[in-house]
Design a protein. Structure first.
Length: 313
């Protein structure tokens, strides 16, 4: 399994930069971080664009937001900055057009376009852009069972609503800088491959990954329950229980484990001033219950861990 990454998400934005330099800097960033493109703004306005990039071991994930503009990948740019990759663009908000030698595609929110990034194309966003981009090297693409030839781009849409929504959730979680959960790249790529090839994805693994990320997002809420987690993931409480059971644990056990791990980190790093504060910030309704569980889990009292952290220079 390929989980996690040594790199944190990197954010780049043209907002606040000198207007005359924005397009050149945006092109430079994309050529280095994602895919080399030529860009021009629409309506004679300055380009406001932001991109969050995350390099995983086998793929690159990015979230892109921007004001109305057009991007082009001509042969000259392909020769200058070859990508050796397949690009998957999932539209989140606003319509986008994709023009290539075979014609024009209009993409609506929830649709995903897959193309060879080393074939010329043009993309336009007349009302602005919000999308997820996933760049997959050709060798990884072939390992996933993707089509050998992408002379014509693929458009995945209305018949894969659940898959595209789940893919967007996984990618968004990977790009969240405050997330303390590992990124399960295998699950993300398995889901993407299932959408492209039509084979059945391991949905239990997908649901488990999404549920764990949902728990991490809501650890501070003492009212977090299996029922609420199931609603957040979009599955039944019974299925949620089976999903965690297949991973060798239960929802309450995992929730307690994550809360205790986060509390220990806070105590060790001196991120809190009292044990009561650590308990409250990790979703424990009772400091006494927290202290008991902490000693049971780690063999040390929470007060001792905090005292040791304070004693360090």
């Amino acid at each position: 399994m390929t989980s996690g990454t040594t790199d944190a998400p990197v954010r780049f934005s043209t907002v606040g930069l000198p207007e005359a330099q924005r397009i050149a800097l945006w092109e430079e960033h994309n050529a280095t971080a994602l895919i080399g493109l030529r860009c021009r703004a629409l309506q004679d306005t300055a380009l406001n664009a932001t991109e969050i990039n995350l390099q995983l071991p086998r793929a690159h994930v990015a979230r892109v937001l921007g004001s109305p503009h057009v991007v082009e990948r001509p042969q000259a740019e392909i020769r200058r900055v070859p990508s050796g990759a397949v690009a998957c663009y999932l539209t989140l908000a606003g319509d986008a057009f994709f023009y290539h030698d075979d014609g024009v595609h209009l993409l609506h929110p929830g649709q995903m376009l897959v193309c060879d990034a080393d074939q010329p194309f043009m993309r336009g966003f007349s009302h602005g852009l919000e999308e997820l981009a996933i760049k997959i090297p050709h060798e990884v693409w072939h390992e996933l069972g993707g089509p050998v030839s992408l002379a014509r781009p693929l458009v995945i849409g209305d018949d894969a609503v659940v898959q595209t929504r789940t893919l967007a959730t996984l990618a968004a979680q990977a790009l969240r800088p405050e997330s303390s959960a590992d990124v399960d790249e295998d699950v993300l790529l398995d889901l993407l491959a299932s959408m492209v090839t039509g084979r059945t994805a391991s949905l239990a693994a997908v649901h488990l990954t999404v549920a764990k990320a949902y728990i991490d997002e809501h650890l501070t809420d003492p009212g977090l329950s299996a029922a609420r987690i199931a609603r957040g993931v979009g599955i039944s409480e019974r299925h949620l229980s089976r999903v965690f059971s297949s991973g060798g644990t239960t929802v309450p056990q995992y929730l307690l484990h994550r809360r205790l791990e986060r509390a220990r980190t806070l105590l060790q790093q001196g991120g809190v001033t009292t044990v009561t504060e650590a308990a409250a910030r990790c979703g424990f309704g009772s400091a006494t219950h927290f202290s008991h569980r902490f000693k049971q889990r780690f063999g040390l009292r929470a007060t001792d861990v905090l005292r040791q952290a304070r004693a360090q220079p």
